[in-house]
Design a protein around this ligand. Structure first.
Ligand code: NOJ
Ligand code: CA
Length: 512
């Protein structure tokens, strides 16, 4: 198994918004290549790049029309290869984004599949056998061609669901997982993976990994399917790394993924921390961490030693961290994000506290996600250094705030979030207990209470992490002397008669 995952710290790049080098207003591979040093200097050693394949961009590239070809707006396959090579030269790794659940309606397979006459792609997607029957699911494509049937949509209605079969087929048109149609889809999926792994990618982030087999509430069929994919990888690409958008780590890991995300959907209570009316990491101090910890513990117990649970700072689907928490609150939030087990994922721009841009018109199926996808703010030059195109040509408008944070500004300011994040990553990487596979034990995570305390450990090393995002001082029963402080922020702790008094807006790491 890929050893580099033991200390991988990921950076998510949304390619259209990172850096434009040919002044068309859209980011590109060459731009990412130019900015790799920023990622490396921050301390990240791995990249997840959102889909970069040919697409009509009805869902920002999650609607692929050719899995074997990069979107011309980002560059050629050769340019992507060059980017991957440069990532490797720096000792870093890259995961591409694999969208196995659906294609664009413009994909050649779907055009064939829509035809009334049988052909090689008739069973590539999930179709009912009559236009009057609509498949159960997120939606359907109906009345769009001569084919007498309705096609299941996977997400938006322009994303027809690829056919991996039904776990327990109940209707004549529902195919078994081992029927020829689903088998051909799986074979094609392997071929796609083989193509990019051969070119040099290190693995995949898998879109909606939980959703492939239909009528599969407990995920059994989908787990079986991913196990087959893992077996194929073990045979041909044993080092290939897989991270799932699933949100249920025990299932994802059972399917052979190395890591799974806790996300804004699903039962993880991830939202309680950053994105709700009273986030735990807000200085107001009215949040609750206990439900998150309860769920995390359950997941952790089921997955310990098998794989990683990843808690991202954000992603292209959720509001920016800086929409709900601000200033020093972000520093305490990053102390948490960068001290939990599992591989951290930093969404581009979160390291400088980029804001959610309010009030934007949807771009490429972004809707309310558009405000989290605005161009990276590099410096004080034209278009914040993102692009030399005219302002009206930018993929998404920039954050218009005069005090919008930039990489250059924050690099020059030793007290900035950028430096905090950098130091926290360096601390993590210097201590096995804090790294991805170190253990965790929760010491203090009471209902509606602060502080939040946990112990990380690996071999002989034990590090106590104390977080008090609330502005109000707090205390907890502490059996440790807390003399060996590795890093603190927001004051100092005093321990007296077994009680530790923790200042408000504080984090601390102590060797115990
Ligand atoms: C999850 C992706 O992260 C999101 O951006 C996309 O719209 C849906 N899956 C559909 O592919
Ligand atoms: Ca460009």
């Amino acid at each position: 198994m890929a050893k580099w995952l033991d200390d991988a710290v990921f950076y998510e790049i949304y390619p259209q918004s990172f850096k434009d080098t040919n002044s068309d207003g859209i980011g590109d591979f060459n731009g990412i290549r130019e900015k790799l040093d920023h990622i490396k200097e921050l301390g990240c050693n791995a990249v997840w790049m959102n889909p970069c394949f040919e697409s009509p961009f009805g869902d920002a590239g999650y609607d692929v029309s050719d899995y074997y070809k990069t979107a011309p707006r980002y560059g050629t396959n050769d340019e992507l290869k060059r980017l991957m090579d440069e990532i490797h030269v720096r000792g870093m790794h890259i995961l591409l984004d694999l969208v196995p659940g659906h294609t664009s309606i413009e994909h050649r397979w779907f055009r064939e599949s829509m035809k009334a006459e049988d052909n090689a792609y008739t069973d590539r997607y999930v179709w009912t056998d009559s236009i009057w029957e609509t498949p159960e699911g997120p939606g359907a494509l109906r009345g769009i061609s001569d084919r007498d049937g309705s096609c299941l949509a996977s997400f938006f209605s322009h994303q027809p669901a690829l056919n991996y079969g039904y776990y327990r087929p109940e209707k004549p048109w529902q195919q078994a997982m081992d029927a020829p149609g689903p088998r051909a889809t799986v074979a094609e999926l392997k071929k796609i993976m083989r193509f990019w792994l051969t070119m040099g990618c290190d693995g995949f982030r898998v879109d909606m990994a939980h959703s492939l087999v239909k009528g599969d509430e407990d995920g059994r069929g989908t787990i079986e399917l991913w196990k087959e994919i893992r077996a194929f990888l073990d045979e041909e690409f044993p080092e290939a790394v897989m991270v799932s958008e699933w949100g249920e780590p025990d299932k994802a890991l059972a399917g052979g993924f190395h890591m799974d995300f806790l996300l804004h959907f699903g039962p993880s209570h991830y939202n309680d921390l950053f994105r709700c009316e009273e986030p735990y990491f807000s200085g107001r101090g009215k949040g609750d961490v206990s439900e998150f910890v309860r769920r995390y513990r359950e997941n952790y117990e089921k997955t310990a030693g098998k794989g990683l649970i990843c808690i991202p700072s954000g992603n292209h689907d959720m509001a920016r961290l800086a929409r709900t928490i601000h200033g020093d609150e972000l520093k305490v939030a990053f102390a948490f994000l960068l001290s939990m087990p599992g591989a951290p994922f930093i969404y581009y721009g979160d390291e400088i506290g980029m804001r959610y841009v309010e009030g934007l018109t949807s771009v490429e199926g972004g809707y309310d996600r558009t405000g989290s996808r605005s161009p990276m703010q590099w410096d004080g030059s034209v278009n914040a250094g993102f692009s030399l195109a005219g302002e009206e040509k930018l993929y998404i408008p920039l954050d218009p705030a005069p005090d919008r944070p930039t990489v250059a500004g924050q690099t020059a300011d030793p007290d900035s979030l950028y430096h905090e994040v950098r130091e926290l990553i360096a601390l993590r990487q210097a201590h096995p207990a804090l790294k991805n596979r170190g253990g965790i034990e929760f010491i203090c995570a009471e209902k509606n209470a602060y502080p939040f305390v946990y112990l990380r450990s690996a071999e002989e090393e034990r590090i106590l992490v104390i977080l008090n995002p609330s502005h109000r001082p707090a205390s907890f029963a502490c059996g440790y002397p807390l003399t060996a402080g590795l890093r603190t922020f927001g004051g100092e702790i005093t321990v007296k008669d077994g009680t530790a008094a923790v200042p408000g807006g504080f984090y601390g790491f102590y060797r115990v």
